[in-house]
Design a protein around this ligand. Structure first.
Ligand SMILES: Nc1ncnc2c1ncn2[C@@H]1O[C@H](COP(=O)(O)OP(=O)(O)O)[C@@H](O)[C@H]1O
Ligand SMILES: [Mg+2]
Length: 367
């Protein structure tokens, strides 16, 4: 996919330097539109009206000098990465600029187009990842707080009712609320630990024969409560009686569970989520299709990255951390399979994965 054009603002008062940099970034393959401001005040005016992806900043401007320049730019535009342009003898200042919020620095005397382009691209990507991580921390805090609040609420009520000697029945309902929320917390913490293990290269799977038809049926059964919550019907169709793969039943159930819960939570009320198992020549293909609102094209290439979520309003409403799909991808790949999806806005999304099949194990009890 061709990357979208990036708007870069060069804040530089020296005409010669500005001209040189604009020449160096002219190559159409870089996809960079360069705008220039020759002072901090013109830069500020420009930044209020335009979408800027990165800033190249000279520290010594007619209306601002040194590190203060960085501070003034970053203060008003914390989301735009700033690359400081320095002279050869400015290394110390350049390093201090990083402390003041700049993402990177480049020495003007050593510049060339490729280097500039790479620094710009990296700073934009790094910024995107930092943004995602910040968002993730706020999501996790929310995800931790919601169940904790209701566990705390239920337990407090039980205590109050026990003191007032109320019936055990109403206490049971409250304990169930607390239990459901504990389960949600356990799932969250498990996801975090899985991701952590994956990053440390310590995530593995067991390998034994696993039968997919019954695994899928069980996953559908365990997800029935969630489907009911969203008033969604789960249907299962298989073109085979049984289908065997080698792998880790718990982890494959985890994949099914995430695909099902995603399909359910993004489906309109009253719709059907269709789970299908098909047999290809050497593989089994499992798909989970919903009639939900679909996934915007701009996000599709990031969807299996950890922390990715389409929009924060649905996240607040429906919960989730954006970890599920990245865990699913890893699990399927560890099984020698592949996972993907197709999605049409307004029509729905189908996630599917393929796993290499094996012959059914011989049932010794029948022999
Ligand atoms: N079936 C689907 N329909 C629409 N969007 C989906 C679907 N499945 C996943 N998504 C999008 O992908 C994001 C990431 O999913 P996932 O990694 O499972 O994390 P989580 O469910 O915790 O948000 C979801 O937040 C949602 O925005
Ligand atoms: Mg999910």
């Amino acid at each position: 996919m061709r990357p979208t054009r990036k708007n870069v603002l060069l804040i530089e008062d020296n005409e010669d330097h500005a001209l040189l940099i604009s020449r160096q970034l002219k190559d159409p393959n870089y996809g960079i539109t360069l705008n220039r401001a020759d002072s901090l005040s013109t830069a500020k005016a420009f930044l209020t009206g335009a979408k800027v992806d990165a800033i190249l900043l000279d520290l010594y401007l007619p209306d601002s000098q040194g590190l203060e320049t960085v501070t003034l730019v970053v203060k008003d535009h914390p989301m735009i990465p700033v690359i400081v342009l320095t002279s050869l003898n400015d290394e110390r200042v350049a390093l201090d600029a990083l402390q003041h919020g700049a993402q990177d620095y480049l020495c003007k005397d050593e510049l060339n187009g490729k280097m500039l382009f790479r620094a710009i691209r990296y700073s934009i990507e790094r910024n995107r990842l930092i943004g995602i991580k910040d968002e993730f921390i706020s999501t996790v805090s929310h995800e931790l707080r919601t169940p904790l609040t209701s566990i705390n609420g239920s337990l407090s009520l039980i205590v109050a009712e026990a003191s007032a000697e109320q019936t055990m029945e109403s206490a049971l309902d409250l304990v169930k609320v607390a239990q459901r929320n504990c389960e949600r917390l356990v799932r969250l913490v498990n996801d975090l630990l899985d991701i952590q293990k994956m990053e440390a290269g310590k995530y593995g799977i067991t390998t034994e024969p696993v039968e997919l038809v019954s695994l899928i049926k069980q996953a559908i059964e365990s997800n029935a409560g969630y489907a009911h919550k969203y008033r969604v019907d789960l249907k299962f169709e298989a073109d085979v009686q049984e289908s065997w793969v080698t792998g880790d039943a718990d982890k494959l159930s985890q994949v099914m569970s995430n695909l099902l819960s995603n399909a359910e939570k993004f489906s309109p009320k009253g719709s059907v989520v269709l789970v299908q198992l098909g047999s290809l020549e050497t593989a089994a293909r499992v798909s989970v299709a919903d009639k939900g609102k679909g996934i915007p094209e701009a996000l599709q290439s990031y969807l299996f990255e950890k922390f990715t979520q389409v929009d924060s309003s649905t996240r607040r409403e429906k919960g989730g951390t954006g970890l599920g799909l990245s865990i699913c991808k890893r699990i399927i790949e560890l099984h020698g399979g592949q996972i993907g999806f197709s999605s049409t806005i307004g029509k729905g999304t189908t996630f599917s994965f393929e796993l290499p099949v094996i012959a059914a194990p011989v049932d010794e009890s029948v022999l």
